[in-house]
Design a protein around this ligand. Structure first.
Ligand code: TXA
Ligand code: MG
Length: 323
């Protein structure tokens, strides 16, 4: 079912903006992953997003706007939040802030929290769509809940096909991993989800950055359910040798022998290239004729933090009493 994919042009973007204003769902490219957009001021549109994804209602959505000026009516921006937006927007950073009482946003989008997650995407097609829609757009990644995020229009159509009125095709997403999520509601900024804006960059701006601990009981859950981004086949991390029937995601110039198939995330060990290739490669290797997907070690710094975060969630299996 690929009938509703259209190349992103001025005409189709105008059509998508109109559909959004009518409360319909539209999938669109951002620099991180494709989003499943709906009018963030409409409870009906937001309810449609949760239904289309099969997403639990306790998991809030990110609200997209073109920039800081359009974001200010929705949240309390203090000096620190303004600084974050000025430095990193438009771009792959989502800010969690206190929602303004007069925000007029769907409460369902915030899943009952008093905060709101805001992001101004840098992708020119997303910018154009948001400006033409003229209203905030709630958009989770355009995949079924718990599955791998889409980095190409075909991924969206394959998974959500008929649930979405239109899929704007803008090619592959250049970053390939979801945005960094930074919670600015506490004294010290909290990194809820690592992403393309790295922890190292955030530390240079804010000094101290903390990560959530068990006692933060983050309902905040940024894709933070332990199993997420999960392919159907089992994923094995830090693989250094082949096991029977496995496919391999390789990193660096050399891959160990014996795998049924090998995809190189980056032959030069480039983390940005590996991030951009990660989700599409997981999808390509998620085939029943492989016993599993092995992944070579990825360095735990910079973008590697975000790559390893997604891989750990992809590898996590619910403890199963019958296993
Ligand atoms: O790169 C991205 O962020 C993409 C593109 C489409 O913008 N969107 C995305 O949305 O990844 P989603 O829904 O797949 O992930 C958003 C995460 C969720 O895990 C949710 O828990 C968290 O953001 N989130 C949303 N609102 C929040 C809030 N008020 N407080 C804490 N976390 C929040
Ligand atoms: Mg998601």
């Amino acid at each position: 079912m690929t009938g509703n994919i259209v190349p992103a042009t001025s005409e189709t973007i105008a059509q998508a903006a109109r559909l959004l204003r009518e409360g319909r769902l539209v999938a669109f490219p951002t620099e991180t992953v494709y989003g499943l957009g709906g009018d963030a001021t409409s409870e009906t549109a937001v309810a449609r997003i949760f239904a289309a994804k099969g997403r639990p209602r306790f998991n809030p959505l990110i609200v997209h706007i073109p920039g800081l000026a359009e974001a200010e009516p929705f949240a309390e921006f203090d000096a620190r939040a303004r600084e974050a937006a000025q430095r990193f927007w438009p771009g792959p950073l989502t800010l969690v802030l206190r929602r303004r009482t007069d925000a007029g946003l769907s409460l369902l989008a915030s899943a009952g929290l008093e905060t709101v997650a805001l992001r101004a995407p840098a992708h020119p097609l997303a910018q154009q769509l948001l400006r033409e829609a003229g209203r905030p757009v709630a958009a989770p990644s355009a995949n079924r809940s718990g599955r791998v995020s889409p980095t190409m229009a075909a991924h969206v159509a394959a998974e959500l096909g008929t649930e979405v009125s239109l899929v704007l095709d803008g090619g592959a997403c250049p970053v390939g991993l979801e945005s960094t999520i930074l919670d600015l509601t506490g004294r010290v900024p909290m990194l809820l989800r690592p992403g393309a804006v790295t922890r190292e960059e955030l530390v240079t701006v804010f000094g101290e950055i903390v990560s959530p601990t068990a006692s933060d009981h983050v309902p905040r859950a940024p894709g933070s359910l332990p199993s997420h981004y999960a392919p159907s086949r089992p994923v094995r991390l830090d693989a250094r040798e082949a096991r029977p029937g496995e496919a391999l995601l390789a990193f660096g110039a050399e891959a160990p022998a014996g795998f049924a198939e090998v995809i190189f995330l980056s032959r030069t060990g480039d983390l940005a290239e590996a991030a951009a290739n990660l989700f599409a490669s997981l999808r390509r290797l998620d085939r029943p004729d492989f016993s599993g997907i092995a992944v070579m070690p990825i360095p735990e710094h910079g973008l590697g933090l975000a790559i390893n975060d997604r891989l750990r969630r992809a590898a996590f299996r619910e403890p199963d009493a019958n296993a």
